[in-house]
Design a binder for this molecule. Structure first.
Ligand code: ACO
Length: 332
């Protein structure tokens, strides 16, 4: 049987930094409030003409180069995004594949908001284990600044732009294999976090003149409570199912939405500070890009070594959630 191995990671963050001080000049907020309530100090903002696919390509090039797998061997490209280059079509994954020179691979996007990267990891794992594909490029890429309302202090302080990518490939060695991925969703909570206009769910005449409805809206406090509950249950479940103790996790890589959420989940699992990967202070919430950007951070700092076990945990609009137990299994 083929197993799926997590071979490599890459990420890209735009150079423009938007600080809390700069946001304080745009809306009624302060560095002190944002830091205390979220842990965020700054976030990155893509250039006007820089698209989600442009960022995805930069992250993917790094992941490919580090993977030891040729572009010509990639047989599937999946992108997790809620800020695609184009509404509906073509998919951002198809654009990324073409910009990379990957020909004839299956390419598609998925929409699971901040849980997107865990969802595409589970899809890649399933396709490889079924024998249908062997080398899959997965990308989480977001230009959230394009769908953020910079007059709404409840959301604009949270979000940033960026991309992360990984190569997942087939192995016969069970020790290299992704151990498990759990995903779930509950549309009962859809209204907690949404872009209300712009789809078939909105009246057509509402589209004209109501561009603001295409921006993200969030009931932050309610979302916060569901997030802590769901994220904690999710990681407790995946560890119990696989009979793994939290002390065996080398790197806990949670979705980077809010330091207080990460701290609550980390405490519930009795994780030590050095087990928890944090990038929320420098990138804010980059939705589907957040987990691969955080993995890249430990990789580039020399902290992610062959065989080390990562626990991924995400939560986002939908509502969606997911967790994964992933050993790092580079080929080189
Ligand atoms: N600056 C100053 N004051 C503010 C700001 C701000 N930026 N935003 C809200 N406030 C005020 C509110 O108006 C409120 O004032 P009031 O008490 O006078 O009414 C007060 O601060 C408290 O507001 P809350 O919303 O209760 O603040 P909270 O502590 O919950 O923090 C936050 C808000 C940061 C949004 C938090 O709720 C959160 O992180 N939520 C979860 C986000 C998340 O995980 N989303 C899912 C992933 S995102 C995705 O899928 C795309």
């Amino acid at each position: 049987m083929a197993y799926a191995a997590f071979r490599s990671i890459g990420a890209y963050a735009p150079s423009k930094i938007l600080t809390n001080e700069e946001l304080s000049a745009m809306v009624d907020t302060s560095d002190d409030w944002i830091t205390k309530r979220t842990g965020i100090k700054e976030r990155r903002i893509a250039a006007k003409d820089e698209t989600t696919s442009d960022m995805g390509v930069k992250a993917a090039l790094k992941a490919l180069e580090r993977s030891g797998i040729e572009k010509s061997e990639i047989d599937m490209v999946i992108c997790a995004t809620i800020s695609p280059d184009y509404f509906c079509m073509p998919s951002t994954a198809a654009i990324i594949a073409t910009k990379l020179g990957i020909k004839n691979a299956t390419a598609f996007d998925i929409s699971a908001a901040c849980t997107g990267f865990v969802y595409i990891l589970s899809i890649a794992k399933a396709f490889i284990e079924s024998g249908m594909k062997r080398n899959i490029l997965i990308i989480g890429a977001e230009k959230l600044s394009a769908i953020t309302d910079y007059t709404d202090r409840g959301t604009c302080i949270l979000f940033g732009d960026g991309a992360g990518a990984a190569v997942i490939s087939a192995t016969e060695d069970k020790d290299e294999a992704i151990i498990d991925v759990h995903t779930g969703a509950d549309g009962e909570y859809a209204d907690l976090l949404m872009t209300p206009n712009g789809g078939s769910g909105s009246a057509h005449d509402a589209l004209e003149g109501e561009a603001a409805g295409c921006f993200m809206q969030m009931k932050g406090n309610e979302t916060f409570k569901v997030a802590v509950r769901t994220l904690t249950k999710d990681v407790v479940d995946i560890l119990a199912t696989n009979n793994i103790a939290s002390s065996e996790i080398k790197h806990f890589v949670p979705h980077q939405a809010n330091y207080r959420i990460i701290k609550a989940v980390g405490d519930a699992l009795e994780l030590k500070e050095e087990q928890v990967v944090l990038t929320v202070h420098k990138y804010g919430n980059t939705s589907g890009a957040s987990i691969p950007m955080a993995i890249n951070e430990i990789y580039e700092n020399g902290k992610l070594l062959k065989g080390e076990l990562m626990l991924l945990d995400a939560f986002g609009g939908g509502l969606t959630w997911g967790s994964a137990l992933v050993p790092f299994s580079p080929l080189k």
